[in-house]
Design a binder for this molecule. Structure first.
Ligand code: PRP
Ligand code: ZN
Ligand code: MG
Length: 226
């Protein structure tokens, strides 16, 4: 998979983080020529390769050392950490920077017609989500016996389809919930994009020197926006 001396960075192929992450890399002076169908892009001015993958895969790629850096939402990162811990898999990484984009919240939402008086209203119910570990942790913290039903997409149709009583999904504008007759009730996790790196000391000296050169430029871009 290319020259191992080149720094490998994983970004979401398409979705809420991809454009902003690529814009940030360009803003710090990394020249990239991205063709839509190509899942790997080589920088023409730095020893950097960009891997364009599903966001769900990014935490594991970093934790397994397949890539050196990754742009990921904190929600996905936390979910994968919990998943790996429960499977006794290593979950080492470093957060280099918290970024100023990709903001969203993971919320519990219920059908308009359902009476909701707090999380205890979900006792004994089924809740559809793509984030079962975060949701189950929340149930546990609140002493609720409810079941997380894992769906990888179209979570918002689950109540109407009779698959679950409520949902727990990402919300940013709220338009998706509204379009599906759902009301946001409890926010269980607030998320932004972060730049993560493989475990401390896992990079070669050359790669670490390059990362150390890039991170202050990211700070510069963020400050210039403030
Ligand atoms: C999330 C979530 C909703 C949508 C909410 O999906 O699953 O579908 O965003 O955003 P809104 O509040 O602005 O309407 P995402 O874009 O992450 O894609 P995915 O569901 O395909 O993973
Ligand atoms: Zn995803
Ligand atoms: Mg969605």
């Amino acid at each position: 998979m290319g020259d191992s001396k080149r720094l490998r960075i994983a970004v979401q192929k398409s979705g809420r983080l991809s454009d902003d992450s690529i814009a940030l890399l360009k803003a710090i002076g990394i020249k990239l020529y991205i063709r839509d169908r190509l899942l790997i892009a080589h920088s023409t001015n730095e020893p950097i390769d960009l891997l364009r993958v599903r966001d769900d895969d990014i935490p594991g790629l970093v934790m397994d050392g397949i890539v050196d850096l990754g742009f990921i939402g904190e929600n996905e990162l936390e979910e994968k950490m919990l998943e790996r811990q429960s499977a006794n898999k290593a979950a080492d990484f470093e957060v280099l920077r918290r970024l100023d984009y990709g903001g969203c919240r993971l919320s519990i939402a219920v059908p308009q017609e359902m009476k909701y008086d707090g999380i205890q209203s979900l006792e004994g119910k089924k809740v559809a989500t793509t984030y079962p570990y975060l949701l189950e942790r929340y149930f546990k913290e609140n002493n609720i016996n409810a079941r997380a039903v894992m769906l990888t997409g179209s979570v918002e149709v689950a109540p109407r389809a009779g698959v679950a009583d409520a949902i727990c999904d990402l919300v940013s504008t709220g338009a998706t919930l509204e379009a599906n007759g759902l009301v946001e009730e409890d926010v269980i996790f607030r998320s932004k994009a972060v730049l993560i790196q493989r475990a401390d000391g896992a990079l070669s000296d050359e790669k670490q020197a390059l990362v150390n050169r890039l991170v202050p430029r990211i700070d510069g871009v963020i400050q210039a926006k403030e």
